[in-house]
Design a binder for this molecule. Structure first.
Ligand SMILES: Cc1cc2nc3c(=O)[nH]c(=O)nc-3n(C[C@H](O)[C@H](O)[C@H](O)COP(=O)(O)OP(=O)(O)OC[C@H]3O[C@@H](n4cnc5c(N)ncnc54)[C@H](O)[C@@H]3O)c2cc1C
Length: 492
């Protein structure tokens, strides 16, 4: 009998495995690598990147994980709010000045300013509503974030926009993986809050590429990780859980005292067959939008006009943002070295147009657009690779807030983790992994204490222990969401 089985080897599952590393755990990952939607690869002094790349700093679970695993990280260098539109590349200056500096008609400018004023006022309201209040748990705050303007779509909220105004707003909204008519108004406003208050949200990068974080977590857990192990059923028994999976065309079964279920919600809904019914139903209602991304290794020998930018919004293109991954490497150099690395990112309807095309067609389309955004780009491409993410990110749709209490409620021995549990992507994945690990550890400590106090079989020993989030045992903190949560190291 294992202490815990962790299903899914993305950031959420790995974070749980990390915090449970002193127990007898096995992590089952269906893919041939860990990391899930984190994926980067080294190319000499650069790295190519296809997945998550901006991480939370400050007092966050991400920062705790980075520190505990001794992963190199730094603030992202360069402008995060550059834009290329109607033939103009703007790298610096306040975003509020963009409508005046991008060539467009008076009608478009007026529409953009009117909408900008409306959103600015609501960004302030949002910032006020979501501020952490004294003595409140992170769950309560998360609920308020979901509930903010959660009864209509962003398209309904913003109303009719001129063509250029709509094009300018789109890259910020669709980062969510949803189009403006799919995303809740409050979530859209939250994105503007994130983009306009640069520095408060996801503003850190991982040295050598995001996969370095994943590898730092996985390296000491190597013996506990099984790849190509696809879980198809998780069933509660009286005093344990059975996890069934398929590996090398053979069916396997593991029994465990607890399970951290860290797959996307769409998978969790299918495999956790006897999860409490309302919880399973809530999982089934989580919606993901797609992303297509591509990574380009370049071989320029001279400085480029985009060197100072990290993120360039690109309205009216086949991607909605260009990420200058080379900039992270460049942040540490005193003299411009040859080469570079660029990532393109197409979410929501942009991704839906590309998902079923051949890689070559996607690369050709991207390079055509990149050459217009970053003049001369087509001549410096050395390598290009595409990645499709059909479940790119879970987004906050109108009504999403109502699911949250059900998802958070504890039941049985299976604990959910994943970015769909909140609104901060990698930070949510990591913090939900930590929380699930704490909940699993509560069960394990209780089971151990029961065994110590009742060495002879007790008639009720097979009953699942009663537990609650935050029920701490000796050596554990009580705040299961705290970034600094510690779990008693009771190795078997
Ligand atoms: C292109 C792109 C850009 C992004 N940019 C950012 C960013 O800049 N900042 C940010 O914070 N976030 C970003 N994100 C989102 C971020 O990557 C995710 O929120 C985060 O990595 C999700 O982690 P997770 O562990 O919840 O899920 P996942 O990474 O999806 O992990 C789930 C794992 O479960 C495995 N699995 C699935 N089914 C089974 C099964 N049946 N049995 C066993 N294993 C299974 C999967 O293979 C996967 O490894 C981006 C995502 C993408 C795709």
């Amino acid at each position: 009998m294992k202490d815990a089985v962790i299903v899914g080897g993305g950031l959420a599952g790995l974070s749980a495995a990390w915090r449970l590393r002193n127990w007898d755990v096995t992590l089952l990952e269906s893919g041939s690598r860990v990391g899930g939607r984190i994926r980067s690869e080294n190319r000499g002094r650069y790295f190519l990147n296809w997945g998550g790349h901006m991480f939370a700093g400050g007092k966050t679970a991400t920062n705790s994980l980075i520190t505990e695993t001794q992963t190199r990280s730094s603030e992202i260098p360069g402008s995060l709010s550059a834009v290329s539109m109607n033939g103009k590349l703007l790298i610096d200056g306040p975003v509020q000045s963009y409508p005046f500096r991008i060539p467009m008609s008076l009608k478009d400018r007026a529409s953009m300013i009117k909408a900008g004023v409306k959103v600015s006022a609501d960004v302030l309201r949002y910032a006020n509503a979501v501020r952490l209040r004294p003595n409140e748990s992170s769950e309560m705050r998360q609920q308020r974030i979901y509930d903010f303007e959660n009864d209509r779509s962003f398209a309904d909220y913003i109303g009719e926009l001129s063509e250029d105004a709509e094009a300018m707003f789109r890259p910020t909204i669709t980062r969510s993986a949803a189009d403006p008519d799919e995303l809740a108004a409050g979530a859209g406003i939250g994105y503007f809050s994130l983009v306009w208050n640069i520095g408060q949200g996801l503003n850190r990068s991982i040295g050598g590429g995001p996969s370095n974080l994943v590898e730092s977590i996985a390296a000491p857990l190597q013996e506990n990780i099984q790849l190509d192990a696809k879980v198809y059923e998780i069933v509660h028994k009286k005093d344990h859980v059975v996890v069934r999976y398929r590996q090398d065309d053979i069916d396997h079964e593991i029994e465990a005292l607890s399970v951290v279920l860290a797959t996307p919600a769409t998978v969790a809904h299918k495999i956790a067959v006897d999860l409490q019914e309302d919880k399973r139903e809530a999982l089934g209602q989580i919606v993901y939008g797609p992303y297509v991304s591509a990574a380009f290794l370049t071989n320029e020998t001279e400085p480029q006009p985009w060197d100072r930018a990290y993120g360039i919004a690109t309205p009216k293109r086949s991607f909605n943002v260009v990420m200058n991954q080379g900039n992270i490497v460049r942040g540490t150099e005193s003299e411009r070295q040859p080469g570079g690395s660029i990532m393109t990112f197409s979410p929501a309807s942009l991704a839906r147009k590309l998902l079923d095309q051949d890689d070559k067609d996607i690369v050709d389309t991207y390079i055509g657009d990149l050459d217009e955004v970053l003049p001369g780009f087509a001549g410096i491409v050395e390598e290009a690779q595409v990645q499709r993410w059909r479940t790119g990110a879970p987004y906050c749709f109108p009504g999403r807030g109502k699911l949250q209490p059900t998802l958070n409620a504890l039941s049985g021995r299976v604990f959910l983790a994943g970015d769909y549990m909140g609104t901060l992507y990698t930070e949510t994945a990591i913090s939900s992994g930590f929380t699930a690990a704490q909940e699993a550890a509560n069960i394990l400590v209780t089971a151990r204490q029961t065994r110590r106090h009742h060495p002879v079989q007790h008639p009720n020993e097979n009953e699942p222990p009663q537990h609650q989030a935050g029920t701490a045992s000796a050596g554990e903190t009580t705040d299961t969401n705290s970034a600094s949560t510690t779990i008693t190291s009771e190795a078997s």
